[in-house]
Design a protein around this ligand. Structure first.
Ligand SMILES: C[S@@+](CC[C@H](N)C(=O)[O-])C[C@H]1O[C@@H](n2cnc3c(N)ncnc32)[C@H](O)[C@@H]1O
Length: 172
C-alpha cells in the first residue's frame, strides 16, 4: 500500500496495526516527515516503511516500485486542482494492473454538496486559499478516465465523507 499525503502518520499507524498483512508505505512532502516519524517510531510496527518524499506533481519523485493499493485521505481538497490532476495522471504508473486506489474525504457530485457542513467547510477552505476546495466526483471521473482508472465503489462514510475506490483497468 502506498499512502499519499500521510500528514501526521496517524492513519498510517492505525491501519498498519489493524492490517498486519499489508506493508504500508507512507509518503508526503518532506516538511511532514519528522512528525510522521515520531508516530511511526513510537508504534514500532514491522509493516510500515520510512516515509517517502513524494510531491505528486513531481514525476521523478514517484516510486519506481508498483503497488497493489494506493490510499489517500483528506488530500484532494487541500491540493490545487493541477496537483489533483497530476495525482490521477501519475498514480497508474505505480499501480499493478487491477490495483485499487482508495481516496477518502468530502466530495461534491454534479456541483452539489452532500451537506450544509460540507458547503461551509468548502467556503472556509476557499477563504483560506482559493486553490483549496472540495472536488466534484464527476471531474475526478474525467481525470480517471484519461488515466484508465475506473470508479468501482463510492462508499458513504460518517460525517458526509466518502471512500472512492478506483481500479486500474487492464490494458486492452
Ligand atoms: C489535510 S492533510 C491530510 C493528512 C492525512 N492524510 C490525514 O487525513 O490526516 C493534507 C496532506 O496533503 C499533503 N499534500 C499537499 N500537497 C501535496 C503534494 N503536492 N504531494 C503530496 N502530498 C501533498 C500535505 O502535506 C498534507 O499532509
Amino acid at each position: 500500500m502506498l499512502e499519499i499525503g500521510s500528514g501526521t502518520g496517524q492513519h498510517t499507524v492505525m491501519f498498519a496495526k489493524a492490517l498486519p498483512g499489508i506493508h504500508w508505505q507512507p509518503s508526503d512532502l518532506p516538511a511532514t516527515h519528522s512528525g510522521m516519524r515520531a508516530w511511526i517510531n513510537e508504534a514500532e510496527l514491522a509493516n510500515v516503511g520510512d516515509p517517502l518524499a513524494l510531491d505528486v506533481n513531481k514525476k521523478q519523485e514517484w516510486p519506481r516500485q508498483q503497488f497493489d493499493l494506493i490510499y489517500s485521505a483528506n488530500t484532494l481538497h487541500i491540493m490545487p486542482k493541477t496537483t489533483v490532476a497530476a495525482l490521477f495522471a501519475l498514480a497508474p504508473s505505480v499501480m499493478r494492473p487491477g490495483a485499487s486506489m482508495f481516496i477518502y474525504g468530502p466530495f461534491k457530485e454534479n456541483g452539489q454538496h452532500s451537506s450544509d457542513s460540507n458547503r461551509t467547510f468548502d467556503a472556509c477552505l476557499r477563504a483560506t486559499d482559493p486553490v483549496h476546495g472540495i472536488r466534484d466526483i464527476n471531474w475526478l471521473k474525467r481525470l480517471a478516465s484519461d488515466a484508465r482508472l475506473h470508479l468501482i465503489e463510492n462508499i458513504a462514510m460518517p460525517n458526509n465523507n466518502c471512500l472512492l475506490v478506483w481500479q486500474r483497468m487492464e490494458a486492452s
